[in-house]
Design a protein around this ligand. Structure first.
Ligand code: ZN
Ligand code: FE
Length: 240
């Protein structure tokens, strides 16, 4: 099965180090800063089979070519965005699978933040790598896509089930919680979860990965019943 370990990079990004527990095969997701990513790979044994990219933004791809050169890993990313990603060894889109050791991820098209954004789901380990689509208590800004696309993307991720570990690209949870409490003050599950987040962050602990069950109960963007509600929430958050 796949285990996921976060690697703090840049100011508030996370890369994710994935490991297949039965074979030792290893992958890194969104390695945008070389030194901390290389340190994490070396600490785990120095093996890197794959680099998985969620989308083309610099804070997700910047270290890719250096890490590829250092470890000889294969780079996987969205076929739709191949023209603006580092050179891909494997170009994928919805319905494709990516095999890491003895485990397989399904590729999910999740446009909204960017047109070519993809997510990876390892059912064996319940690990979801969702970049800047779903955040804990929030979702990505609609930089290229529209609310209807983001609504459909979030719905696909929600269907992966309550046990899913949400491994997203940023530690935005505490500021997302402030808006979520403003938007949905009567949600007792949100109030309780926001309190936990505040305590974790005060102790210097990451808030991720989160559990999809908690997102389904507390994340107002994931809970939006229709596109219009999601569009309204996203617009208000942009100026909050
Ligand atoms: Zn982004
Ligand atoms: Fe980002």
């Amino acid at each position: 099965m796949i285990t996921a370990q976060l690697v703090p990079i840049l100011s508030d990004n996370y890369a994710w180090l994935l490991r297949c527990s039965s074979t030792g095969a290893t992958a890194i997701v969104d390695p945008a800063e070389v030194a901390p990513v290389a340190a994490a790979i070396d600490a785990a044994g120095g093996r890197l089979d794959m680099i998985l990219l969620t989308h083309h933004h610099g804070d997700h791809i910047a270290g890719t070519d250096d890490i590829r050169a250092r470890y000889g890993a294969k780079v996987v990313g969205a076929r739709a965005d191949a023209h603006r990603l580092p050179k891909l060894d494997v170009a994928v889109s919805e319905g494709d699978t990516v095999t890491l050791g003895a485990s397989t991820a399904s590729v999910i098209d999740t446009p909204g933040h960017t047109r070519g954004h993809i997510s990876y789901h390892f059912a064996d380990g319940n690990v979801l790598l969702c970049g800047d689509t779903l955040f804990s208590l929030g979702c990505g800004r609609l930089l290229e896509g529209n609310a209807a696309e983001m609504f459909a993307s979030l719905a696909k991720l929600a269907r992966l089930g309550p046990e899913t570990l949400v491994c997203c690209g940023h530690e935005y949870t505490e500021s997302n919680a402030r808006f979520a409490l403003h938007a949905d003050p009567g949600n007792a599950a949100l109030v309780a979860y926001a309190g936990k987040v505040k305590a974790w962050r005060a102790e210097g602990k990451p808030s991720l990965p989160s559990l999809m069950a908690d997102e389904l109960a507390a994340n107002p963007f994931l809970r939006a019943p229709d596109v219009a509600t999601l569009a309204d929430l996203r617009g208000r958050k942009d100026t909050f």
